[in-house]
Design a protein around this ligand. Structure first.
Ligand SMILES: Cc1cc2nc3c(=O)[nH]c(=O)nc-3n(C[C@H](O)[C@H](O)[C@H](O)COP(=O)(O)OP(=O)(O)OC[C@H]3O[C@@H](n4cnc5c(N)ncnc54)[C@H](O)[C@@H]3O)c2cc1C
Length: 442
């Protein structure tokens, strides 16, 4: 049940302490519920918070399947940033022209309203979104706010260490600024030990850190930089990356399996695992991940059997609404396990996009008084397994409902030793579909 506004604000602080959201350090946001962002809707209104792969897809499809609904997308960033294809850009293998996209162009092409604003609270009992510029009523709400880092296992309640780590050793999993900072770091790296910690599963785009390691290994080799990338991995390694590291980057990459990070000292530049204390010259510190701040603030985090927060949004896995609140839909990387049979969906842009489309169809059916359909997503992911020679892996995941209502997953991996830009073609198809990208670029 929604709690009182005061409790919710207290909850934000408590959640911040757990996840060490950097915002927990800031003064509490002013609640501007007396200022409205838009005049009252003449019909029904859907508000979407978060203009990433999930939210943009929901906005675009709602306009198509429910043209009578008013659709408003609220996003805090000025422009859309794509993580897909960003690892290649980090090391100069792509010109980055696909990474930044224009929100206003997409909103105008599909006919929804885009407002740049940060949402600070949700009043679920009065169906109101509160942002730093004013309030907005909704009939249905879609939350697609992505992830945040969980620095608590490393730093407890030490906000200064968390902030210092995020600024100086960016993981480049959230937004463009971190990825730009990491690119600069690599360009300035003159040699020595560069440590990269892989987050414990589940996290956004599981193959991304391994792909990034390949790219950096290649970068060090091609530029003859006397440095080593030390990869600390707490997860079982997938996709044969260890073979590629050994075969092609033996002098550049030290891959350490079963390396769960126990402590990090970002000021003294050390990482402690169960077996070692590793001193670094520079680092890419990928902390564990969990659902973004707003999901904690809105009291939508799931609980495990012991009552402990799972870190991810609790939802009906088929219909995508929040448990106990069919006016709020949860999509993208922020969601909890989809099925006891396989756990989490892969946290991919492709899958977030499909969940956005499904949420649009759910809301359209409800608005028309119809039974919502039972639709499931799919996921496609292209991963570079090597640079020279270029090797790629395509991972396809399909989902179906079993007779007992549980979701079943089938995953196929195809190794491609001779790729021809399939990843760029996939991204362009996606951008054409949800960012209104034209074949010439815009
Ligand atoms: C290096 C890397 C490579 C990847 N490669 C691939 C790939 O090849 N293929 C693939 O399918 N996926 C890939 N991914 C994963 C993909 O980027 C994510 O799965 C996808 O971004 C998830 O979409 P989302 O909508 O859930 O979240 P996001 O895309 O993170 O969008 C969330 C949005 O919400 C906004 N927001 C958050 N809080 C608020 C608030 N309070 N108010 C207003 N706005 C807010 C944020 O600014 C953001 O724009 C990759 C990820 C990484 C890190």
């Amino acid at each position: 049940m929604p709690s009182s506004p005061l409790n919710r604000r207290n909850f934000l602080t408590a959640a911040g302490a757990l996840g060490i959201s950097l915002k927990a350090n800031a003064a509490p946001p002013a609640i501007l519920s007396s200022t409205t962002l838009l005049p009252p809707s003449k019909g029904k209104r859907v508000v979407i918070v978060g203009g990433g792969w999930g939210g943009l897809s929901a906005a675009r499809h709602l306009r198509e399947v429910a043209p009578d609904l008013e659709v408003v997308l609220l996003e805090k960033s000025a422009a859309f940033w794509s993580h897909p294809l960003s690892n290649q850009w980090l090391v100069g293998l792509s010109d980055g022209r696909h990474l930044v996209q224009d929100y206003l162009a997409a909103a105008s092409a599909y006919g929804y309203t885009f407002i740049r604003t940060e949402v600070t609270a949700i009043e679920r009992d009065t169906r109101q979104v509160i942002s730093d510029q004013g309030a907005l009523n909704y009939d249905w709400l879609i939350l697609a706010t992505g992830i945040r880092y969980n620095f608590a296992p490393w730093f407890g309640a030490d906000h200064r260490a968390a902030e210092y780590t995020q600024q100086n050793y960016p993981a480049a999993f959230i937004g463009g600024e971190e990825t730009r900072a990491l690119k600069k770091k690599l360009e300035n790296f003159g040699g020595g030990d560069l440590v990269m910690t892989i987050p414990l599963m589940p996290y956004r785009c599981p193959p991304a850190p391994y792909e990034r390691a390949c790219m950096i290994g290649w970068w060090l080799k091609a530029r003859k930089i006397k440095g080593k990338l030390i990869v600390l991995d707490p997860n079982p390694i997938a996709l044969g990356f260890d073979r590629v590291y050994k075969q092609h980057y033996a002098n550049q990459i030290v891959y350490v399996p079963q390396a769960a990070v126990k402590a990090v000292d970002p000021f003294g530049k050390t990482v402690v695992t169960d077996f070692d204390t590793i001193k670094f010259d520079d680092a890419i510190l990928m902390a564990p991940q969990q659902a973004a701040d707003l999901i904690w603030q809105t009291d939508l985090i799931g609980k495990d059997s012991t009552g402990k927060p799972t870190g991810w949004a609790d939802q009906d896995a088929v219909h995508l609404h929040a448990k106990g609140d069919e006016r709020v839909f949860l999509i993208g990387d922020l969601i909890d396990k989809a099925s006891p049979l396989f756990g989490h969906y892969p946290k991919s842009g492709h899958l977030a996009n499909r969940l956005g489309r499904i949420a649009a169809q759910e809301i359209a059916a409800r608005a028309q008084g119809k039974e919502p359909p039972k639709l499931l997503p799919d996921s496609v992911c292209f991963v570079h397994a090597n640079v020279e020679p270029m090797e790629m892996i395509r991972i396809d995941a399909q989902y179906r409902l079993r007779g007992d209502g549980l979701i079943v997953q089938t995953v196929k991996q195809n190794y491609d030793p001779n790729p021809r830009g399939e990843d760029v073609a996939w991204a362009e198809t996606m951008y054409r579909e949800f960012m209104a990208l034209t074949p010439s670029g815009r």
